[in-house]
Design a protein around this ligand. Sequence first.
Ligand SMILES: [Zn+2]
Length: 230
Amino acid sequence: MKTETISKKNGHSLKAFNVEDIGDDHLFTGLETPMKPNAFEMSNTEKKERISILFSEIMDVLGLDLNDDSLQGTPDRVAKMYVEEIFSGLDPKNKPKVALFDNKYQYNQMLVEKNITFYSNCEHHFVPIIGKAHIAYKSSGKVIGLSKLNRIVQYYAKRPQVQERLTNQIANELKTVLNTENVAVIIDAKHLCVSSRGIKDDTSTTVTTYYGGEFNTASKIAELQNYINN
Ligand SMILES: [Zn+2]
């Protein structure tokens, strides 16, 4: 079995992990999506051409007849879908630009945007993660357009992901743009790699949470849970 030592940013290294175990247990190695330094040297057009060639090879190895009318266009479709849609959140150019507004109404309680549906993909198996995100924040003086909360979720979801990292990436982005620690992110998602393969558990969902600043108290957490569950 293959083992690999994973280096942490501070220079210390974690004990050697089995890379297969990391994938099967859905562990993750850091807050940032692991990217190559030269990730954007290739144009999107080149990326689509390369992915199409490589995906047709996968289909060919599986024994599929690429001359069949139904299958012929699949490699191009998959390439386009990867680059322009489901993995478009890898490209910082697609990050939503967030405009802030003055908090004119002096609303200074929590704002909760709940049930934001998202589709992501598990980075260990490349199959869908389907879930709902609930976001809360307390204004530091500025407010954000509600649709932007949704867009921030979608941007980070459109990457190969691990749910814990998705949660933290959304929370970090909100803290940065809203200039406050007072943000909360709750994600409840179904992982198709758990329901359709492996352990084949069709009923379980995974919940991850981030409670920052004033949200990190038992009473605020209970208040938030109450809004989300009703
Ligand atoms: Zn998975």
